[in-house]
Design a protein around this ligand. Sequence first.
Ligand code: HXC
Length: 186
Amino acid sequence: MNRDVLTEVRGQIGFITLNRPKQLNALNDQLMNELGEALKAFDADEKIGCMIITGSEKAFAAGADIGAMAKYSFADVYKGDYIGRNWEQIRSIRKPVIAAVSGFALGGGCETILSTDFRLADTTARIGLPETKLGIMPGFGGTVRLPRLIGADDALEWITTGKDYRADDALKVGAIDAVVAPAALQ
Ligand code: HXC
């Protein structure tokens, strides 16, 4: 079966790899369901001490799947509880969850890393919230979690410009916790 999320155990660390590389790991319900299941399984496994979520070399995740969202009306999103239904399970995990970012972490990809406890990015990372360029807002927690981390002033710049930021710049404002060389994340 094609899985959108792969898991592996190394020592006491549970690795979770987002696995839609051709779509730059664009997030859809199936992937987010599998991510939630993987996180919960590692949380329940007493041999696991923490979890690391990662993507491909080119993209952690380039956002919510734009094609999947294109047909949604406001009523669909509201009634179906899109996002709230299954995307935020990461916040219910009791063990530390770390994001390891190479390449793009945009929109929902950025908001996924904002939901984790610690964020590492390599020097290829491009992190940002381009939702306003699509006429939507960062509704997967970006408007709340980003200002908590970096302050309202910088968050307003990120959200209103939709720009993406290199790891060094994201580190300076506190959006991530460390910058590493690409080889360190392989
Ligand atoms: C669906 C996506 C995607 C996305 C990339 N792809 N991002 N599919 N949803 N978010 C697909 C492309 O369609 C393409 O498929 C393949 O991945 C490779 O992408 P390219 O564009 O060819 O790659 P590149 O030229 O390197 O450009 C990379 C990129 C660009 C700069 C990251 O793909 C891009 O701008 N993507 C959209 C980023 C974005 O707007 N994210 C926010 C989404 S909204 P094919 O089949 O053509 O090869 C969001 C909202 C969350 O996240 C909260 C909602 C409430």
